[in-house]
Design a protein around this ligand. Sequence first.
Ligand SMILES: *Cc1c(COP(=O)(O)O)cnc(C)c1O
Length: 470
Amino acid sequence: MNKDTLELSKEEMKAYGYSVVDAVVAHYDTLNDRSPIATGSRKEMDSLFLEEAPEKPSDPKEVLDFVIEKVMDKGAIAAHPKFFSFVPGPSNYISAMADTLATGYNVFSGGWSQSPPAAELEIVTISWLLKIFGFPVKKGGGIFTSGGSMANLTAIVTARRVKCGDDFSKAIIYLSDQAHSSNIKAIRTIGFRKEQIRLIPTDSEFKFSTIKLKNAIAKDRLEGLQPFCVIGTAGTTNTGTVDPLKEIAAICKEEKLWFHIDGAYGGAAILDKKGKELLKGISKADSITVDPHKWFFQPYEMGCLLIRNHKYLKSTFVEKPEYLRDVEGNESEINFYDHGVQLTRRFRALKFYMSLKTFGLKAFRKAISYNIELAEKTEKLLRKSSQWEIVSPATLAIINFRYNPIGNSYSEKELDALNQKISESVLASKEAFLVTTVLNGQVVLRMCLINPRTSFKDVKDTIALCEQFA
Ligand SMILES: *Cc1c(COP(=O)(O)O)cnc(C)c1O
């Protein structure tokens, strides 16, 4: 180890790297047999890790072993087949190694000239996605971001720039009460006041109510305000519900509003036949968020914004004097720092590229179809039982249900407490990660089944466990 230059010898690097790979492989190899649940209080964590920044060096292997044992093996496992909550992170090994390569080479994925192949791979993989989502491949564009939150933020900034220019004091943005919280966060981050946000109620199926949307737009226009953007959701996080995309697209066209679709979770379902049918209209958006680190099986962090007209990204984010345009090189050679917030960016496209090349798109299609069918099978299973009530049916691999045996005399409050308790007991058993959500004021259990390694038996065993606790 050469401490003056922060270097290891060639042999040390190899030994160290192989140990890292061994640990990651052991993780993949054993994760099914471990608990998906993490525990640990701040106090416990402090007692393990809290110390002054060390002035003196330590043995590299000792640090590594400590970290693998105390850090890496102690987190929740979002790729576990019984991790049913939030949106799981099924990931895949090829992409994990691709990330390792990208970091190992420390590729700067900001400007074309720093790494033409890296920029090209982002262009190519984005064009794959454009085609998948029915966006114009030539005119369209996009950018990889840290996640769906940043993709939504990038979309809203672009929409505002295109529709409002510099003065957005009267601009109004519309989204449903089931839209993901990251949208509101983004809207606030970019400086909108509360009065500029319209949260439109959803209907009984948790879909954006287009009548209420139309009414709200009309009212705002009458008051001299400036409607500029509607955010629809293709696969809400709670229930997997897809908003009436075609109808909203028609409203946006007529009203000349930007239509952004948040498909962070559900967008990937377009690779399935039924999913594609459900997502009809998605190609009519001005921009779409998808989150490859969810249902495209990529490791964190990877979100993506697709945009119908790629020029809008550049005209929103470029921060260079116009007179430098001519020395900037070919227009087609994209500097991705001009298309989003980040200047220095990691090489996210690589993992998407390598995993798709390795497994093939067909494998992704199959995995996604399997997940959608698994949720449908789960619904059937629950419907056959007299103990369970389906609160929101299997939609894009999400299902919501609650324990509510036929003929019982529990009050709503008691049912809420009962279902809450079931979830708590499952977590305490450490067998499965299954938490509740609230729909129509009812506490319900929610399963998000986007892991292709989750078997029907995993689901059945978990439901049996719930019944046992109930
Ligand atoms: C997960 C999710 C987001 C946020 O994405 P991150 O990658 O967590 O930043 C946004 N919208 C929807 C619909 C989501 O499911």
